[in-house]
Design a protein around this ligand. Structure first.
Ligand SMILES: [Zn+2]
Length: 108
């Protein structure tokens, strides 16, 4: 009887875990009012877009200003992480299917 493909799973996981920068969080574009008196932003011409990185730390939402020159790099790293999460979920679902098939065959 065919065993669930554990070695293959491990190999795929290693391939996924290649060292590339991973960043957990989301990039948010905002337009802001600076608060200076008589600034154009008070008349509706807000400053921006300004970019902020948002993430959760121990259940609390945190954020950090991101200079525009760094936006593309951060965005790429966030995409890396989301891609890895998706691939990992896919592998885990497939492994579950393998086990289900295997255990059902064994019962017969
Ligand atoms: Zn202003």
């Amino acid at each position: 009887m065919r065993q669930p493909q554990l070695p293959r799973f491990r190999h795929q996981l290693q391939a996924l875990a290649k060292p590339f920068p991973l960043l957990a969080g989301s990039l948010v574009k905002q337009y802001v009012i600076c608060g200076k008196p008589r600034c154009r932003c008070e008349r509706g011409e807000k400053h921006g877009p300004l970019y902020y990185l948002y993430w959760k730390e121990q259940g609390r939402s945190r954020s950090l200003y991101v200079p525009r020159a760094k936006v593309a790099e951060l965005r790429r790293q966030i995409q890396n992480y989301r891609h890895l999460q998706k691939e990992l979920a896919r592998l885990v679902r497939r492994q579950l299917r393998e086990w289900r098939r295997h255990l059902q065959e064994e019962r017969r």
